[in-house]
Design a protein around this ligand. Structure first.
Ligand SMILES: [Zn+2]
Length: 98
């Protein structure tokens, strides 16, 4: 899912990201990728859709220097409503809130 301008501004204006640095190399240039990704529950290599599988929608910031990727829960940041996340795939409340 591509991040729209409103979502991008929500991230940029979040005080959490004002002085953020890479936890590996301490570089302060982190690039917001233009998409919302998802972290899926592992089922031994099989792809399970629906049912009891859990999905966490995330945005990613990539360190421009070392490539380390920081993930942030898109629901927690207010980019996606929990209901919207559930439409993509069932997700229990614990996963949505993490
Ligand atoms: Zn880095």
């Amino acid at each position: 899912m591509i991040i729209n301008e409103e979502q991008k501004n929500t991230v940029i204006n979040n005080p959490l990201f004002t002085d953020i640095k890479c936890p590996v190399c301490a570089n302060s240039v982190l690039i917001l990728t233009d998409r919302i990704f998802e972290i899926r529950e592992f089922f031994g290599g099989k792809l399970e859709l629906g049912g009891n599988s859990n999905v966490i929608p995330v945005i990613s910031l990539v360190c421009e220097q070392c490539g380390y990727i920081l993930f942030f829960n898109a629901v927690k940041l207010g980019l996606i409503k929990p209901k919207q996340a559930k439409k993509q795939a069932p997700m229990n409340q614990a996963a949505a809130d993490e």
